[in-house]
Structures are given as C-alpha cells and as structure tokens.
Design a protein around this ligand. Structure first.
Ligand SMILES: CC(C)(COP(=O)(O)OP(=O)(O)OC[C@H]1O[C@@H](n2cnc3c(N)ncnc32)[C@H](O)[C@@H]1OP(=O)(O)O)[C@@H](O)C(=O)NCCC(=O)NCCS
Length: 148
C-alpha cells in the first residue's frame, strides 16, 4: 500500500543524486501512468554510475532486492534517482536507490520508489573480478559496510 504524501514531508533523499530526467508520454503504461520498468531502468543506471566509480569499468547488475513502488509517476514529473553505497564485498557492491519525483511546479517533492541493487565487477570474460576501491578514494566510501 502506498504511503501518504504527508509521510514524506520531513523525509530527505538518501545518497547522492545520480540521474534526473523527465517522464514523457512515450514512457506510459496502458492506464496512463509511467511504466514501472522505465523507472527501474533509470534506478539501475543510477546505481551503475556509482558502481563504475568503484574501481572497475565493467560492472553488471546481478540482483535487485526490496523493490518498492510507493506512488505512481506521471507524465511531466521529473524523476530524480539517488544512490547510496551500502556495502562493498570482494567483487560486489550493494547500492540503495531511491527515486523522488519533483512536480512540474518544482514545488512538491516526494519519494516514489526504493530498492537495493547489487552490481558485480567483471573482467573482459564476464567473470567476477576484485573491486579495486581504496578507503577514501570515493566519497561515499564512508558508508562502507554500514547496513541499512
Ligand atoms: C554477475 C555474474 C558475473 C556473477 O557470476 P557468479 O559466477 O554468480 O559469481 P560469484 O558466485 O563468484 O559471485 C560474485 C559476487 O556476486 C555476488 N552475488 C552473486 N549472485 C548474487 C545474488 N543473486 N544476489 C546478490 N549477490 C550475488 C556474490 O555474493 C559475490 O559477491 P562478493 O565477491 O562481493 O562476495 C553472473 O551471474 C552474470 O553474468 N549474470 C548476468 C549479469 C547481467 O547480464 N546483468 C544484466 C541483466 S540484463
């Protein structure tokens, strides 16, 4: 069940803004709202942009957990995907992604989705390869291994 918009009132996006784009009519589902798959693909790209900064230019998505669609997205909304690094493993990275909507008047802002995406660094043969991050190299690294 969707949360009331009031529940978002004192909430702030978690992590850093990774993608901001406009929901267009071409991205609608048969009932006229924005198609969930379009939003998820932007969330995936947002996480990818963070994951690629962690030491490997080749990164693939291996899992999406805890995916929640909280409110519909409408044509004319700007979607903003925020990414927060939760954990770096040997070859994998867990990244929490939230999508927030900014209405056409730029006045209202509320959260519409949340999910945890796992990415794996791979070599040129598509095999998992160790992540080369060094502590402090990436500013989100202060969140390393902190579970949410
Ligand atoms: C990602 C992929 C290379 C992993 O290969 P694999 O042989 O399963 O690798 P491993 O078992 O060695 O696991 C590698 C890492 O991924 C993690 N992992 C694997 N499956 C996972 C899952 N379902 N959920 C969360 N993490 C997972 C492992 O825990 C491990 O993490 P760590 O090294 O940090 O400890 C392989 O599954 C793959 O190519 N999948 C397709 C990816 C893709 O095409 N994505 C786009 C979809 S359109």
């Amino acid at each position: 069940m969707g949360r009331s918009l009031n529940a978002n009132k004192n909430k702030e996006p978690e992590g850093e803004l990774a993608i901001r784009t406009l929901a267009m009519p071409a991205n609608t589902n048969p009932i006229g709202d924005i198609f969930g798959g379009w939003v998820v693909s932007h969330m995936d790209l947002a996480g990818l942009s963070i994951a690629r900064n962690l030491g490997s230019p080749r990164v693939v998505t291996v899992a999406i957990e805890a995916m929640e669609f909280i409110h519909p997205v409408h044509v004319g909304d700007f979607i903003c995907c925020y990414a927060k690094l939760l954990k770096v493993g040997r070859t994998s990275m867990r990244i929490k992604i939230q999508t927030w909507v900014v209405g056409p008047d730029e006045d209202s802002r509320y959260q519409v989705t949340e999910g945890v995406f796992t990415y794996v660094a791979v070599d040129e043969h598509g095999k998992p390869t160790p992540i080369a991050i060094k502590e402090g190299e990436y500013h989100l690294s202060k969140n390393l291994n902190k579970q949410n």
